[in-house]
Design a protein around this ligand. Structure first.
Ligand code: FAD
Length: 441
């Protein structure tokens, strides 16, 4: 029996932020109920079933520095060694550029990697290494935010160096074009991934889908700790009643509108939904306006199933001057032989193409770049039009606390050092849960 029987926390949204909050509260013995509008958990990091093939809504990479996410996955029963293919830092743009970090302590591994990178002149390698050293001297902190492009120019990075090294890193990390992307947020990612322990810069590619990796395990954990996780259960309204909060669920074919009172609510839903829910609560209307003004960026994933013998030279391979930015060999990563996922981050002209044509163009690039002559057996394009918030210079992000003390806000877009990432989402969920735990002590 919980010591906190007068408390009951509702969490709106069963993505990574919501489930991180739920696990943290359940571990502290606080009664919790998660409401997820979709039939499955995971939100923007979820498994997708296509015919008989298990896909994800997009390729997600975790970095070794995502300590909170990795720790929570283990807490709910995952096993990082088994669940991921772990690769030391390596960036390869096919036939054009290669950065390989040798087995040295950080940040020596990166500096040596930069100085020996293939595809750059000696001067360019030196400028890249000097840039990293200069960032270390300013502690990865800028007096004023600026665009990534401006910062790179300020530190003497030329067009080719930007195109081959910094732009792919910025697009992968911030999903935002370099001319508008926040330099300060990129520096936070570089600080934590490249300037900590060597293992912090490792790239972890999941062997299982993103719903199975954490949210489903988290739901089992919450249920084992006497909590509840309700899927296909959308919250339609938040109504404050004194020190309690009433939540109204959408009626379904089998149940009518349901209302329930909670001591606290953590809103970990999508941006759009959080803005809609907050707009009707007078105390939260200003926060709703701020949330509604946050811009988005898309991510497209083109899955191409080739005959089983087809594979890439690396589990993850970049292309230079192509529509497809990164290719993932799902055979090497997850045993799905012949399945290749091509990722296109941020806005671009590819958004105007019909999916069929986009898949054809990507297959054509794979043929031209890698000499893979076989035709794909099938394709599937997943366009996440609102994949992440657009991580722009000086973007105001809402705080976790709101003018209502018992309504908190979680999600990758809330105030924090990171761009839209699993780690940012998980950290925001943990922060909200801990804020509630503290009020009870
Ligand atoms: C294609 C793609 C690739 C990405 N790649 C990476 C990557 O490589 N590395 C990385 O770290 N991050 C990556 N990200 C970003 C990462 O997926 C997100 O930052 C993270 O999943 C956000 O989690 P969240 O819980 O904040 O939000 P969400 O995942 O959006 O969760 C919100 C949840 O709330 C639910 N909901 C909404 N409204 C309601 C309501 N009214 N009632 C109940 N439930 C509701 C939604 O269904 C959803 O499940 C990628 C994202 C995409 C789309």
């Amino acid at each position: 029996m919980s010591h906190y029987k007068h408390y009951h926390v509702a969490i709106i949204g069963g993505g990574y932020a919501g489930m991180a909050a739920a696990v943290t509260l359940a571990a502290a013995d606080i009664p919790v109920t998660v409401f997820e509008s979709a039939k499955q958990l995971g939100g923007r990091a979820r498994g997708v079933q296509h015919n008989d093939v298990q896909l994800d809504n997009g390729q997600h990479i975790l970095l070794g520095c995502y300590h909170h996410t990795l720790q929570l996955i283990e807490q709910v029963g995952g096993n990082i060694k088994r669940d991921f293919l772990r690769l030391p830092l390596q960036l390869t743009l096919h036939n054009r550029f290669e950065l390989k970090a040798p087995h040295l302590p950080a940040p020596l591994h990166l500096l040596t990697g930069l100085l020996s990178a293939k595809g750059l002149s000696f001067g360019q390698r030196l400028r890249a290494a000097r840039f990293m050293l200069a960032l270390g001297r300013i502690n990865f902190t800028l007096p004023h935010d600026t665009s990534v492009f401006e910062l790179l120019r300020r530190y003497g990075q030329d067009d080719e160096l930007i195109r081959l090294l910094w732009e792919p890193i910025c697009l992968s990390a911030l999903n935002t074009p370099i001319h508008i992307a926040s330099a300060q947020v990129l520096l936070h990612v570089l600080r934590d991934s490249l300037n900590g322990l060597r293992s912090d810069s490792d790239m972890l590619l999941p062997r299982i889908d993103f719903t199975a990796l954490f949210p489903d395990r988290a739901a089992d954990y919450v249920k084992r700790h006497n909590g509840a996780v309700l899927t296909a259960c959308s919250i339609e309204a938040i109504i404050p009643h004194g020190d309690k909060i009433e939540l109204i669920t959408r009626p379904t074919a089998t149940s009518s509108t349901h209302t329930k009172l909670f001591s606290h609510v953590i809103c970990a839903s999508s941006l759009i939904s959080a803005a809609r829910l907050f707009r009707t609560v007078p105390q939260l209307a200003l926060v709703a306006e701020q949330i509604a003004s946050i811009p988005y960026q898309p991510i497209y994933t083109v899955y191409l199933q080739y005959p089983k013998q087809v594979c890439l030279p690396h589990p993850m391979l970049g292309f230079d001057r192509c529509i497809a930015q990164w290719l993932f060999d799902k055979g090497q990563i997850a045993g799905q032989h012949g399945l290749i996922a091509a990722v296109i981050s941020a806005q671009g002209s590819h958004q105007n193409l019909k999916h069929e044509l986009l898949a054809q163009k990507v297959a054509q690039e794979i043929c031209e770049q890698l000499g893979i002559m076989e035709a794909p057996l099938w394709h599937k394009v997943i366009a996440e039009k609102r994949a992440t918030f657009s991580c722009e210079t000086n973007l105001p992000r809402p705080s976790h606390s709101t003018p209502l003390a018992n309504v908190l806000l979680a999600g990758d877009y809330t105030a924090g050092d990171y761009p839209a990432t699993l780690e940012g989402a998980v950290m925001s969920g943990i922060l909200c849960a801990k804020a509630i735990v503290e009020t009870l002590q």
